[in-house]
Design a protein around this ligand. Structure first.
Ligand SMILES: [Zn+2]
Length: 288
């Protein structure tokens, strides 16, 4: 009798534990409210400085970031100025996010759907072959984007994609101020850049960009090389970059990679028409 009771009691405990565990597994993490001073750092093009300058400084300050990689700007031959795949692997191991910037860095609005899909898929495969998690974040080469590209990314399981600040604002070639990302209205596959360093972007522009991160809006910064040896129009000196990081620390900013947006934003909840908000802004700008 006592034996039967022990068996029943232990079965009950096991069932309880299993069901609790299943609950833990199935429960989606609730979204956190978007805090003020939430800042996303992104680094385009796979410059060598990502591993030589940027990653060590970010580690020093404990900040997250996304590195958008491509083979399209000379990475295959120019190992001096661009990351190798081994270095990209190291960035992943260091805890940074590796994002997709396409195989050939071609203007996606000029590509047939299949060609773009193949160029995106190529980076996905390279990551898979090297044990790097499948990228969930994308960056449009040359800031060019269209609905077809959004659809391709969606189909490939991309959650977030960052653009520049066109068409709402004129793209400044040498850096400038953009738009804060407002997850309440911006589609997650068309996240705008809030600030992009370059010769025409100074410390005040950086402070302004960070200050946009409030009332539910997020500051998304787009960097290129630190320094950008081959592309002086998007250059940022390492000393200035560290000055930026010190400011982010002083202001107690939460500094994250693009993928970490998933803690605050549900990427499945974008508007049915991804371009609706952009069109609205353009119409508003015409009226005023
Ligand atoms: Zn690029």
């Amino acid at each position: 009798m006592r034996h039967t009771f022990v068996i029943r009691a232990s079965s009950f405990v096991i069932c309880l534990l299993v069901s609790l565990w299943l609950n833990v597994l199935s429960a989606a993490e609730p979204l956190k409210p978007i805090p003020d001073h939430l800042v996303v750092l992104t680094f385009d093009d796979g410059n060598k400085s990502d591993i030589e300058v940027v990653a060590p400084l970010l580690a020093k300050y404990g900040f997250g970031a996304t590195f958008f990689v491509t083979e399209g700007l000379g990475a295959e031959k120019d190992k001096k100025n661009f990351l190798t795949w081994e270095e990209i692997q190291r960035l992943d191991k260091l805890g940074f996010e590796i994002g997709n910037h396409t195989r050939r860095h071609i203007d996606v609005t000029q590509q047939p759907r299949d060609q773009l899909d193949a160029d995106v898929g190529y980076i996905d495969e390279q990551c898979e072959n090297r044990g790097i998690p499948k990228p969930l974040s994308f960056c449009y080469p040359g800031y060019r984007h269209n609905l077809q590209a959004v659809e391709v990314l969606k189909k490939r399981g991309y959650k977030f994609a960052r653009r520049g600040y066109e068409p709402e604002m004129k793209q400044e070639l040498e850096g400038g101020r953009g738009l804060a990302y407002d997850p309440a209205v911006d589609h997650p596959l068309l996240i705008p850049t809030t600030g992009a360093p370059g010769p025409k972007f100074n410390y005040d522009d950086f402070v302004w960009s960070v200050d946009q991160a409030r009332d539910g809006k997020i500051c998304v910064l787009t960097f290129h090389g630190v320094p950008a040896r081959l592309h002086p129009w998007v250059n940022l000196a390492p000393t200035e970059f560290e000055r930026y990081l010190r400011y982010l620390k002083e202001k107690d900013c939460k500094v994250i990679a693009v993928r970490d947006l998933a803690h605050y934003v549900d990427p499945t909840k974008g508007a049915a028409d991804p371009y609706a908000e952009i069109q609205k802004r353009l119409k508003g700008a015409k009226k005023s």
